[in-house]
Design a protein around this ligand. Structure first.
Ligand code: BJW
Ligand code: ZN
Length: 253
């Protein structure tokens, strides 16, 4: 038996009004937002890291120790991302961007589904899985064919190419983190959606926003370390909550 459907009546109209009045809304998104596009999350039930240690797959040390295994894992994920489509949650966030004056999505996801759904202001905190760069000389290398899992060599120095994502122990892209922090600090409403809120520095953005006066809302079927801070919590999948929320915002606008 599946989880019960989210009941849109759970959306308090006074909450919808506060969101509708937002001049600047920021959404921090994580892997849970793409779960209903058929893409597994990292942690928790059904997560990709249930049988693997994160440091084997998502660190430079892990890549150096077994580049073929890590590269194959990313090629496999790239193929899954290419076949996946944005879900009702991605689409609702894109629609919200057409209703409110400013909607910024700070995503930890590397799947590009927010952009494919039509969201305009998307900050990629953990890079993206589409592009590559050289492990040795850092030269950008663009996209690669997904036909084979063979390691690819850099055209400049012969080093191995790696996906342009942010691994543990690596700095987030400076501009992305700065823009996301500025947006969070200036937000009137901050949505934390589908993230376990365990990975820093992304996980500090909700508290930064709230500290600067934002209304903090969490959308996640499971509790997170953030839940006790949030003023409103929706314990249901984002592809159910977000369309209902956007509908309610339209109704009160
Ligand atoms: C649903 C749902 C549905 C399910 N609807 N929801 C401060 C304190 C402690 C440690 C640190 C700290 N600062 C930095 C660190 C170290 C480290 C860190 O945070 N470690 C923690 C684990 C403790 N951070 C870093 O290393 C970062 N770099 C850094 O800080 O640089 C500065 C520095 C460098 C050098 C020296 C010193 C300082 C980099 C972090 C990079 C993270 N990279 C990854 C991999 C990216 C590439 C790839 O995709 O392969 O990013 S790790 C992985 O976790 C991925 C994700 O973006 C990230 C977050 O995961 P997310 O999105 O939250 O997913 P899940 O699976 O955890 O959760 C899914 C959620 O969805 C769950 O809650 C479900 O309930 C929910 N859900 N279905 C809505 N339908
Ligand atoms: Zn190189």
């Amino acid at each position: 038996m599946g989880a019960p459907e989210f009941n849109p009546m759970e959306i308090d109209l006074s909450l919808a009004k506060r969101i509708a009045a937002a001049r600047r809304l920021v959404a921090l998104t994580g892997a849970g937002v793409s779960a209903e596009s058929g893409l597994p999350t990292f942690r928790g039930a059904g997560g990709q890291w249930n049988n693997m240690r994160p440091e084997q797959l998502a660190t430079a040390e892990g890549f150096r120790a077994d580049p073929k295994m890590v590269w194959s894992w990313y090629q496999h994920r790239r193929r899954a991302y290419r076949l996946a489509a944005p879900n009702a949650g991605h689409l609702a966030l894109a629609e919200l961007g057409t209703i409110l004056p400013s909607v910024t999505i700070a995503t930890q996801n590397v799947d590009r589904l927010h952009q494919r759904a039509g969201s305009r202001q998307v900050i990629e905190l953990h890079g993206n899985v589409v592009e590559n760069h050289c492990m040795r000389c850092n030269e950008p290398a663009g996209e690669v064919s997904l036909e084979s899992d063979e390691l690819q060599a850099c055209r400049h120095c012969g080093g191995w190419l790696r996906p342009s994502v942010v691994w543990f122990g690596e700095m987030l892209p400076v501009e992305a983190l700065e823009s996301a922090s500025e947006a969070a600090a200036a937000a009137d409403v901050f949505l934390s959606i589908g993230t376990s809120a365990q990975v820093y520095p992304a996980a500090q953005l909700p508290a930064l926003a709230q500290h600067n006066g934002a209304l903090l809302i969490e959308i996640n079927p499971e509790p997170t370390p953030l839940s006790h801070l949030a003023e409103a919590v929706f314990r249901a999948p984002s592809a159910q909550v977000l369309p209902a929320l956007v509908k309610a915002i339209r109704q009160v606008s």
